[in-house]
Design a protein around this ligand. Structure first.
Ligand SMILES: Cc1cc2nc3c(=O)[nH]c(=O)nc-3n(C[C@H](O)[C@H](O)[C@H](O)COP(=O)(O)OP(=O)(O)OC[C@H]3O[C@@H](n4cnc5c(N)ncnc54)[C@H](O)[C@@H]3O)c2cc1C
Length: 381
């Protein structure tokens, strides 16, 4: 009955469904929850340019405007990268996911709520697996596994002491947040979203639960404990973020998009912009695939557009994770002295390090990256 069955009504699934329905395909989206955006696990921080690229009317979902970031080294030295213009938004994911679903529905896609897909639901010319970080579609079709994850713990705090509601705090330390980082995101003048992640390669490493680090972070961290001194915790969550794209994301009659495909920035864990843009590609190619074209076109197209960026995010994560706090501190100070604050305020790109490095202005920074252990493979520049 359906040309395309999409499993999962997150942003990736709904954007793929929207694009396929726009091209007159008969599309169904299966969502296991009774409403879109239920039990969401996200910080909701997205670059303005990234959001704009998705083609979703996101205005109603904006909770806060972000002008920059303050990055803290392990010894709490600060780098302040603040711009005049809005660089990012904090979005309400429930509102945003609903907007994505409404747009797909208005073009004719059927959103089937409270329908957990199982193997027997999969008969259609094209199945799009958009079922998140722990994708069952990927397991059913025996796709290569994702082994690298950030295990995260996050909570919202009301009555927080926010200094600047337009600036996100990022905390670096491989002792306090092994292999990832900590964050404090202002939701408004008095509410903060505080969280952290811990890297784990599930083939070989074991780490203490993210919650263990989180308790220390909110209670003992010199900066964060001050912000949260008189605050009240709500909405605590634990979740995982895949930190590497799957080696294969398309097989005969089935493709993966979003977190299910691992289309996530390994530096920050942001997945909506890349996942959503790859989902757009999937939906655009769907008519051809339904008529019999090879699904590998999807694989080739998204990798040629976004593969280099995702690979560079992964390389940066790999190099950072190999450093001790002393080394991070030294590189931090070096980058600050080399003018990283000014450079990033003027040319920073939250999503595309390749675009940033390719800009002529990045020339001094290329040298800096090479000094820091050949993070940037030559072929990317
Ligand atoms: C703590 C944390 C903070 C984050 N912060 C950010 C951030 O600031 N910015 C950013 O860009 N990204 C962030 N992310 C990542 C972001 O949340 C994901 O990249 C994004 O949600 C992926 O979208 P998706 O559509 O691929 O999958 P999801 O949003 O996970 O949606 C998958 C959907 O599939 C449904 N589903 C699963 N299995 C089935 C089934 N069998 N049948 C039917 N339905 C099913 C689920 O219910 C869900 O609705 C964060 C993640 C975490 C954990």
């Amino acid at each position: 009955m359906y040309d395309v069955k999409v499993i999962g009504a997150g942003p990736a699934g709904c954007i793929a469904a929207r694009e396929a329905a726009r091209r007159n395909l008969n599309v169904a989206v299966f969502e296991e929850h009774k409403e879109v955006g239920a039990r969401l696990k996200c910080s909701g921080l997205l670059s303005k340019t990234g959001l704009d690229s998705l083609g979703v009317d996101y205005k109603k979902s904006v909770m806060n405007k972000i002008y920059g970031t303050r990055i803290y080294s392990p010894a709490l030295d600060e780098m302040s990268i603040v711009c005049r213009d809005v660089k990012a938004f904090i979005i309400d994911r429930k509102e945003f996911d609903s907007a994505c679903a409404d747009e797909a529905e208005s073009l004719g896609a059927k959103i089937l709520l409270g329908r957990r897909a199982s193997r027997k639901d999969l008969g259609s010319k094209l199945v799009i697996g958009a079922d998140g970080a722990l994708s069952q579609v990927a397991a059913w079709f025996d796709f290569p596994k994702v082994n690298e994850f950030a295990f995260c713990c996050q909570a919202d705090f009301s009555n927080a002491h926010i200094q600047d509601a337009g600036v996100v705090d990022v905390f670096l330390s491989n002792t306090l947040f092994p292999g990832f980082f900590g964050w404090c995101i202002p939701l408004n003048e008095s509410e903060a979203r505080v969280g952290l992640g811990v890297f784990r390669d599930i083939r070989r490493s074991y780490s203490l639960p993210a919650r263990h680090y989180f308790n220390n972070f909110v209670k003992k961290h010199p900066v964060v404990s001050k912000i949260l001194k008189k605050s009240k915790l709500r909405n605590e969550l634990n979740a995982v973020i895949p930190l590497s794209p799957r080696e294969e994301t398309a097989r005969s009659g089935v493709i993966l998009v979003g977190d299910a495909a691992g289309q996530v920035k390994a530096t920050t864990g942001g997945g909506i912009v890349f996942g959503g843009n790859c989902a757009k590609i999937a939906g655009r190619l769907a008519p051809g695939i339904v008529r019999g074209a090879d699904t590998s076109t999807y694989e080739k197209t998204w990798r040629s557009k976004f593969g280099k960026d995702l690979m560079l995010h992964k390389r940066i994560r790999g190099v950072y994770n190999s450093l001790g706090d002393g080394q991070i501190e030294r590189y931090f100070k070096f980058a600050k002295r080399a003018g990283a604050e000014k450079f990033l305020a003027e040319h920073g790109d939250m999503d595309s390090p390749v675009a940033m490095l390719n800009s002529a202005a990045a020339l001094p920074l290329k040298g800096l990256f090479r000094t820091f252990g050949s993070i940037v493979p030559r072929k990317l520049l």
